[in-house]
Design a protein around this ligand. Structure first.
Ligand code: UFG
Length: 327
C-alpha cells in the first residue's frame, strides 16, 4: 500500500521508511526539509512540502492514491515550545488540521499519529497508562493533546480511523549504521552525550539534580527507534473505521540522566565530563510507560529493550558520522 509519511525525512521517519518497505508498503515522504535530511530518505519518493500547504498535500495524496497517512511532521522541542508557542500550535495543531482536511477531500480515511508522553504532564503514577489524564505542562504537549482530541472528533463526525502512538524517549539508530539521529540544534540527551564522547562537545549539562528522584536527576523511559518504527507497522493494521486508539510506546523502565551518562561511559569507554546546570523549563521529573496495551492489542514487543544496546547503536552511527548527514 502507498503510505504518505509526513516528516518522513526526520530521525524517526527515516527509520520508519525502512520498516514500511520491509513490510511490503511503499512510503511516499512529505517533508519540508527544515529539520529533515534528503539523504536519510534513500530511494523513497520525496515530496518537499509543508503540512500547512493544503493544496500541495491534496495533490500529493491524489497523485499517489493515498489511503493512509502516518503523520510525524511536527516541531518537537519542549523548551523551544515554551518560548514560541505560536509556532508550535501553528505547525502541530493548525498544520494537522490542514492535513486532516486534505485527507477528507482526498478520501484518505486512516491515520497513524505521532503523539507523545508529554500529553501526560507530571503523571501521578510511576507506570503511566493510556487512560491516565491529559495534563500537559508545555505547549508542545498541549499541541499534541489538541490533535488527539481532533482525531476523536473526526472519528465521530467523519468516520476517520486513527491510532495515536505516544512516544516516550526515542533513541538509538538502525543497527546497519546507515541512518541515525542528526538534529540541528541537538537538544536530546543521548546524542549530546555521544557528541561529548566523540570530542565534538566539551561536556554534558545535567539539567537539575534536585528533583524528587533517587539521584535527583530526571527519569525517562528510552525506546529504540527501530522498535518504535516497528510499532507503526502494527498500528497500520490495527486502524478501524471511525475509531481512535491510543498506545504508549516505551520499555517500561526508567533511567535517570546520571544513569544514562554512566551507561554511555561504559559503552563508549570515554570519560564524558558532566556538570550540573539549572533545571530546564517544562521537564517533568519522571516519565515511564506501561506498554501493556501495545503488547496486548498490537502484539508489539521491543526487540532492543536494553539501554546499553540503544546507546551502542547510536554510538556506532555517531562514530561513523561525526558530523551527521553533513559529511
Ligand atoms: N537533559 C539534560 N541535559 C541535556 C539534555 C537533556 O540533562 O543536555 C535531560 C532533560 O532535562 C530530560 C532528559 O535529559 O530530563 C531527556 O531530555 P531530552 O531532551 O532528550 O528528551 P525530553 O524528555 O525532553 O523529550 C522527549 C521527547 C519529546 C517529548 C518528551 C516528553 O523528545 O518529544 O520526551 O516529555 F515530548
Amino acid at each position: 500500500m502507498n503510505v504518505l509519511v509526513t516528516g518522513g525525512a526526520g530521525y524517526i521517519g527515516s527509520h520508519l521508511l525502512r520498516a514500511l518497505e520491509s513490510a511490503g508498503h511503499t512510503p511516499i515522504v512529505y517533508d519540508n526539509l527544515t529539520k529533515g535530511h534528503r539523504q536519510s530518505v534513500a530511494d523513497a519518493k520525496l515530496i518537499v512540502g509543508d503540512i500547512t500547504d493544503g493544496r500541495k498535500l491534496r495533490s500529493a495524496m491524489d497523485e499517489n492514491k493515498i489511503e493512509l497517512v502516518i503523520h510525524l511532521a511536527a516541531l518537537a522541542d519542549v523548551a523551544d515550545s515554551i518560548e514560541k508557542p505560536d509556532e508550535y500550535f501553528r505547525c502541530n495543531t493548525i498544520g494537522t488540521m490542514t492535513l486532516l482536511e486534505a485527507m477528507r477531500d482526498c478520501g484518505a480515511e486512516r491515520m497513524v499519529f505521532s503523539s507523545t508522553a508529554a500529553v501526560y504532564g507530571r503523571p501521578k503514577r510511576t507506570s503511566i497508562e493510556e487512560n491516565d489524564p491529559f495534563d500537559p505542562i508545555n505547549p508542545y504537549g498541549a499541541s499534541k493533546v489538541c490533535t488527539e482530541l481532533m482525531l476523536r472528533a473526526y472519528a465521530e463526525a467523519y468516520g476517520l480511523g486513527s491510532v495515536s502512538l505516544r512516544y516516550f524517549n526515542v533513541a538509538g539508530a538502525d543497527p546497519t549504521g546507515e541512518i541515525g539521529e542528526d538534529h540541528d540544534p541537538e537538544t536530546h540527551l543521548v546524542p549530546l552525550i555521544l557528541q561529548v564522547a566523540l570530542g565534538t562537545r566539551q561536556k554534558v549539562r545535567i539539567f537539575g539534580d534536585d528533583y524528587d528522584t533517587p539521584d535527583g536527576t530526571c527519569i525517562r523511559d528510552y525506546i529504540h527507534v527501530c522498535d518504535l518504527a516497528q510499532a507503526h507497522i502494527a498500528a497500520v493494521e490495527a486502524i478501524e473505521p471511525a475509531r481512535t486508539k491510543v498506545y504508549n510506546l516505551g520499555n517500561g523502565e526508567g533511567f535517570s540522566v546520571k544513569q544514562v551518562i554512566a551507561a554511555a561511559r561504559r559503552v563508549t569507554g570515554h570519560d564524558i565530563p558532566a556538570e550540573v546546570a539549572p533545571r530546564r523549563p517544562g521537564d517533568p521529573p519522571r516519565l515511564v510507560a506501561s506498554w501493556k496495551r501495545a503488547a496486548a492489542e498490537l502484539g508489539w514487543c521491543p526487540k532492543y529493550p536494553q539501554l546499553e544496546t540503544i546507546i551502542s547503536h547510536a554510538w556506532a552511527w555517531h562514530e561513523a558520522h561525526p558530523t551527521g548527514y553533513a559529511q
